[in-house]
Write a protein that binds this ligand. Structure first.
Ligand code: M6R
Length: 618
């Protein structure tokens, strides 16, 4: 997630900005930059890659200023390179901007400036151009007023931070659906994406509310609404130390990331419908980064989904979605196996390679093995510009933001959303669903973030269950259909962070062997949400219960009363907007369960032993 820092009123503002950027590094980034503000010139320095590259470029430059803004970028539009790094300026260098979020209408806005050349591929740059245009139009240029006018026409999520040669001591910020904190202490004004960047200077901060703007000068901070009326931000005193501030008060990154899931899903679903000009009575689902000709996709007769670990489990949901909606046969395969056999792949085989990092060597190698046989490859990735994203023919990005915890959580749920989108898209391309049907399903999927919030509210009950079972040596997870991938994922989460033995089976397979493991006191977690296999799951629960197992059942609103007679504990999911969306909901209680078990056992949840966040070796 991009990080912003702005400082005005200190002789060493540039050093302060670099220190602030270092405090924001934990958010994840692929480039960094800053602008030193001056009346004659805005001096911009920016570099792709680690902050050290920026620090190296600043060394010996003698760059100093009393005010400036800085940025760490997590790419969403445009490759992570020097050119797309922030800050961005208008062509005359009068205005500079940094941005966290996505300006959804940037293309329309660019069209308002047909004569202007853009120096980057980003959605952000247009904001600097527009503010400069407003300043040009004013007899008495006023940066705050210029930003206010521009912000009124922006759509999307943003925290934006501007500086201009007209008023080099002034920083103007605007916030909508992306965090922004402002502060003033000892004659210095500050703004930042989060308190981690400010805590060395002050603990008294104010969080802007959506729709607010602020003018920050060495004299103080003035906050208004978008009409320019005075408005109160949410002021508070930070109680955390720096480490806790990076986690925004959560004890671990994993817990923070679990709680970020409603936002991550919202971002991944955002802006997927385009107007079809009334041709088919509605909008069309578009996945514009895919860049594979729809006619080629219409000719596909088979799909391979290739991935590792948690991404593989998302792929299992992808299989269900593509077969159900698009009617194409799908194989899901562990990437490290695929590359060493002789898979039957040709130009009519679509390969979907899923990897949050886009750097997993097994997945990259498997995808390139398929490409060698002329199969088109779609990468489903979270990291923009990653190797897989670059090498694939098309890419669909999840917009989960960076994930620090080794245990994948928010990237998993957004991968499932990505798989659902691909299933719907292939169905649309092949004429199996009308655009209006796709649109209807997509609209229903918008209920998911709210449903996740409801599950997160059950954290206390889940923590109690974790307390009770934290010493259980062996846990079996069972599920069918859309519940099965989540059984696998629940077992993986538990074993990777608590080091307890856990495994998953298709519930129907129990009687073919695994049920022999069940004895008095065994723990079975059964995925039994509402759906066409619910009654089968109830029978499987009865089978293990009859042999002495304790059963935790994951049910849903419509099934809880049936489950209560058969399971020892029932966790209830809200009604899912579609049966194939159930996995997104069902995984949340299992993430929390694994998290609590691991913390009760005192394990290092964010950095489990023997594991790496990104596995770049075979
Ligand atoms: O970056 P990728 O999605 O390709 O990573 C794949 C696996 O290494 C990853 O999902 C791993 O299983 C996680 N630790 C699971 O929490």
């Amino acid at each position: 997630m991009c990080g912003i820092i702005g400082i005005t009123g200190r002789d060493d503002a540039v050093d302060g900005i670099v220190a602030g950027l270092q405090r924001l590094e934990y958010r994840g980034y692929d480039s960094a930059g800053l602008v030193a503000a001056g009346a004659n010139q805005l001096r911009v320095v920016k570099r792709a890659g680690k902050l050290d590259n920026l620090i190296g470029a600043l060394k010996g430059s003698g760059l100093s200023a009393r005010a400036g803004i800085g940025h760490t970028r997590w790419a969403t539009h445009g490759e992570p390179n020097d050119r797309n790094s922030h800050p961005h300026t208008d062509p005359t260098g009068r205005v500079a901007v940094v941005h966290n979020g996505i300006l959804e209408n940037y293309q329309q806005l660019r069209r308002q400036l047909p004569d202007q050349r853009f120096a980057s591929d980003t959605d952000t740059e247009v904001a600097a151009h527009l503010v400069a245009r407003e300043l040009d139009r004013m007899d008495d240029p006023d940066l705050f007023e210029a930003v206010r006018r521009v912000v009124a026409g922006l759509e999307g999520a943003y925290s934006l931070c501007f500086t201009a040669t007209d008023e080099p001591d002034t920083i103007v910020v605007a916030k909508n659906e992306a965090p922004l904190i402002v502060a003033h202490a000892d004659g210095v004004g500050y703004c930042a994406s989060d308190v981690a960047a400010l805590i060395a200077h002050t603990r008294d901060v104010a969080a802007l509310i959506d729709g607010q703007l602020a003018k920050i000068t060495p004299e103080g901070v003035e906050v208004t609404d978008v009409d320019g009326n005075a408005s109160e931000p949410h002021a508070y005193t930070v109680q955390w130390d720096v480490e806790a501030a990076e986690k925004q008060g959560y004890e671990h990154f994993m817990l923070k990331e679990i709680h970020e899931q409603p936002t991550a899903v919202r971002e991944t679903l955002r802006d997927r419908i385009t107007d079809d000009g009334g041709q088919q009575g509605g909008g069309r689902l578009h996945l514009d980064e895919l860049a594979i000709d729809e006619r080629d996709l219409a000719r596909i007769d088979k799909v391979f989904i290739l991935a590792c670990g948690t991404s593989l489990h998302a792929g299992m949901v992808g299989k269900l979605a593509i077969e159900h909606w698009a009617g194409i046969p799908v194989d899901v395969e562990v990437a490290s196996e695929f590359r060493y056999r002789d898979p039957i792949v040709d130009a009519h085989t679509l390969v979907i390679a899923i990897s949050q990092s886009g750097e997993t060597s097994d997945t990259i190698a498997a995808a390139s093995h398929a490409r060698d046989q002329r199969a088109p490859v779609i990468g489903l990735c979270n990291v923009v510009g990653s190797t897989l994203a670059r090498e694939a023919d098309g890419v669909l990005y999840t917009h989960a933001g960076p994930e620090v915890g080794v245990a994948a959580t928010k990237t998993f749920v957004t991968q499932i959303i990505g798989c659902l989108l691909l299933g719907l898209y292939l169905a649309q391309v092949r004429g199996r669903l009308y655009p209006s049907e796709c649109q209807d399903i997509l609209e229903r999927l918008q209920q998911i973030p709210g449903a996740i919030d409801e599950i997160l509210a059950q954290d206390g009950d889940i923590a109690e269950l974790a307390k009770r079972y934290a010493e259980t040596d062996y846990t079996m997870f069972i599920g069918r259909h859309a519940g099965l991938p989540i059984a696998y994922e629940g077992a993986l989460k538990l074993k990777e962070i608590s080091y307890l033995h856990a495994e998953a089976f298709p519930a129907g397979e129990m009687k073919h062997g695994p049920i022999a493991l069940i004895e008095e006191g065994s723990l079975v977690v059964a995925l039994a949400p509402e759906g066409h296999v619910f009654s089968k799951m109830v029978s499987n629960i009865q089978e293990v219960r009859a042999r002495g197992a304790d059963v935790i059942a994951i049910g849903s609103a419509g099934t809880t009363s049936d489950l209560k007679d058969h399971a020892d504990h029932v966790l209830t999911l809200p009604e899912a907007p579609h049966e194939l969306a159930t996995p997104v909901l069902a995984t949340i209680p299992l993430q929390l369960f694994a998290y609590h078990v691991a913390t009760i056992r005192g394990e290092d949840v964010d950095k489990p032993r023997n594991l790496a966040k990104t596995v770049t070796v075979e």
